[in-house]
Write a new protein. Sequence first.
Length: 246
Amino acid sequence: MNKLITVFLCLLFTAPFNVFACERTFSVASHDAFWPPYVMGINGKLQGLEVDALNIIFADSPFCFEVKLLPNSKRAFIELKYGRIDLEWAASYTDERAKYVHFSDNYRTEVMRLYENKNNQHSVKNLEDIFKQGFSVGANFGSYYGEEFEQYKTKYKKQIEYTSATSKRFEMLNKQRIDFAIEDELVGAYFGQKGSNIKLVTNIEYVNKDDIYLMFSKKTVSVTELAVINEHINKNKTALNALFKY
């Protein structure tokens, strides 16, 4: 049954550039078809800032890419680890991940913020307050939210509600089924505009702030190919900075 679900979820989207000039095509894992403004499935194709970033990086390179939609980021990393996928975008660096993947040079930054329901606000000063007071937090499967959050994942695991879809977490928050949600600030701004009850927790500056990288499977991508990608990231930093509005 799980295999059948995977087959139906692995929908294929192909980038529309360099079609006739590719030395190879990288398969790219995306875990959410609705993660605005980064990834959005529109008319059978994935669009958004992450897709635009790969178009910028891969332009004039010897490579193309195609995107496969997987059930969640945890599953995407497993596919990357075993070489069934070549590339995953929007990744924070961890030593554990680095055992199995090459990290590119960074191509943007990510700021993770806390959101709550404006009708159910709580007096908290940090993550520790949230967990010690028994509040629930919505998070994404397989995502990295920084060293502090990692310390609480086991001790307070019953208070963390994992979902694979960002829209689901904000729906739960909007309906007060969870107390807080953690999300990238650009994504949170989008859902805050769409959900009248979503409020940014302003007294906590951020949960985590990280450089963001592309991850390449060590089983399928060579260090020589990685060097080419890094060259294209660095020569396009101005365009990438403008894209993500650093």
